[in-house]
Design a protein around this ligand. Sequence first.
Ligand SMILES: [Zn+2]
Length: 435
Amino acid sequence: MDLIIRGAVLPRSVTRAASGAHADERIDIGIEGARIVAVEPHLAAHAQQEINADGMLVTPPFVDAHFHMDATLSYGLPRVNASGTLLEGIALWGELKPHLTHEALVERALQYCDWAVARGLLAIRTHVDVCDDRLLAVQALLEVRRRVAPYMDLQLVAFPQDGLLRSPRAFDNLKRAIDLGVDVVGGIPHFERTMADGAESVRMLCEFAAQKGLRVDMHCDESDDPLSRHIETLAGETHRLGLQGRVAGSHLTSMHSMDHYYVSKLLPLMHEAGVAAIANPLINITLQGRSDTYPKRRGMTRVPEMLAMGINVAFGHDCVMDPWYSLGSGDMLEVAHMGLHVAQMTGTDAMRACFDAVTFNAARILGLEGYGIEPGCAANCVLLDARDEVEAIRLRAARVAVVSRGKVVSRSPAAHATLTLEGRPQQVDFKLRRT
Ligand SMILES: [Zn+2]
């Protein structure tokens, strides 16, 4: 074999699925080429390279289901968002757009992909603005997708950021972007001029996706207005066109404020249509409810209720150091940590569900092939300095080793401090020890 990781603990979502292995059991993972070929307690084989996990968690890679790579790392260009509001962010993006160049877009995106790899984030779905007639960002991100393909899965969404009907050539540009190789059909119905235009845009985009056999992922109801109900139309069109399992609604923040009786009808509709939801906790908690007095709404969509209904829910990062958000470093454990708090998902199963929201659930939305830790799966995994998913979220655990396509592509030291308190030198690693 080429690589063996020995003595690893697997996430519950893997151990449940893989027959035989039970939680907390240490197993060995054997890799040949770019495939996992064995997952068993004591692998007799030898490999050129072996890693001793010593009880640490090995997970399939982190997956970001919602990102904007055309804007990332543009912080401070041409100036910073001093107020931190959505409106100043939109104005800033408008100021930045005329100055974008192909080279600068590619360079920033590649730098972000380096950060992502170091964080064990090996698959990203990024929206890309198609409202620029030059399709500058589309061309740049297609180049980035090609260049990172040897170690990372990048999926592009054609995003009519200024509105499909509101921006004169948006639909033509979106079709051109798809012809150039963009993967997914995007939209932003709540940004159209009227509710009716929003519904019409959903219908047009879903019909186009059905005709082309593509997935759909719309910015949908990113609003505090409880009457923003485009998700209902999205679920209806998904059902009508037979797009089950291929459609996601991103943000869905209006659902936070919707009438509860209406939601009791809406969630079964989403479940029936197989529409997935993508919440973006870092962005939702900073942008939503912003114009409220007190009490201020949190604004994130109803994550635990959707999970209980059997709807697939992922958490996305959305933004890192761009006009809308000045923080972030590509760490999906930070995203899960925030999601857990905002949704008050502090039960033991609920905390693990937050880990799944940045791994397994997101992988299903992207339709990633061979995602998992089982024989036959792609040899993509992350060794975390944590004993389980909850500890990984609590510590934003170090990515001790990141494996992509069977090769170790990043190493980080485990996080610890050395105390020099008088008389008792000791190492601290923030894990609970009982003697
Ligand atoms: Zn977004």
